[in-house]
Design a binder for this molecule. Structure first.
Ligand SMILES: [Zn+2]
Length: 242
């Protein structure tokens, strides 16, 4: 009885704290909104739209809007035209789901190692891996990772089409490389996909997690260093460098 009373009190206090901070932040937000007064409705509209972009606050949005006003009008027309085309004409490859100019798979046009399929979260990851010049296989873009907090489940991702690719008759895929972020969402997604691929005759691998090149060992976090030790690799001497 006594304990439940204490817990009730703690819960009540927590609610009071939450409400207090909610009101405080709301007040700060309102104050900030009131502070920005625009001399023109056109500027205000532009600032409102630009500030919807991630990482851009109202002040930066205002600076960008004023910058565009100072530039020749073609700059703004070219920018808005490019954005409209991006929005209306961008397509996704039906097979690997990479952002493309057509729904046909453009990656098929270049001869690659068909035994390798690298699974990534989004198109920028494809570009990053391609830029390493260390991978010559195909890609499969999931379009995100499993995230219960954001309400993203496996059905929202291109996981079914990945399974279809692997089990398709005539498929040459021998290894599926999971190149996902080293966070909880990435690990959950990798685990889910690995389980889904278990019945098929493919090797499932994950990109190595280790100490970044150029960094000092003593500054590496325990989890990264632990994995580096557990998944150590054979030291190879490159005869050409001697
Ligand atoms: Zn494709």
């Amino acid at each position: 009885m006594g304990n439940s009373g204490i817990y009730k009190n703690i819960r009540l206090n927590k609610r009071c704290f939450d409400l207090f901070f909610f009101i405080l932040f709301k007040k700060i937000e309102e104050r900030d909104c009131v502070a920005m007064v625009y001399p023109s409705k056109l500027i205000e509209d532009a600032v409102n739209e630009i500030s919807k972009l991630p990482g851009i606050g109202e002040k930066t949005a205002l600076r960008l809007a004023l910058f565009l006003l100072k530039e020749p009008s073609e700059s703004t027309h070219n920018l808005s035209g490019a954005l409209i085309n991006l929005r209306d004409q961008t397509k996704y490859c039906k097979i690997c789901h990479i952002i493309s100019d057509s729904e046909e798979c453009t990656c098929e046009s270049v001869r690659k190692d068909a035994s390798l399929l690298c699974v990534v979260e989004d198109t920028p990851d494809v570009i990053a891996i391609q830029n390493t010049a260390q991978y010559n296989g195909y890609f499969h873009v999931l379009g995100g990772v499993i995230s219960p907090i954001e309400g993203i489940g496996p059905s929202e991702l291109h996981i079914d089409s990945l399974i279809e690719r692997v089990k398709a008759p005539g498929s040459e895929i021998k290894e599926v490389i999971l190149a996902l972020s080293a966070n909880m969402e990435g690990e959950t997604t990798a685990f889910y996909i690995a389980k889904k691929l278990k019945p098929f005759n493919v090797q499932v691998t994950s990109i190595a997690r280790g100490v970044p090149v150029g960094s000092e060992l003593e500054y590496a976090d325990e989890i990264t260093l632990g994995r580096s030790i557990a998944q150590r690799m054979r030291y190879q001497i490159n005869e050409n460098e001697q």
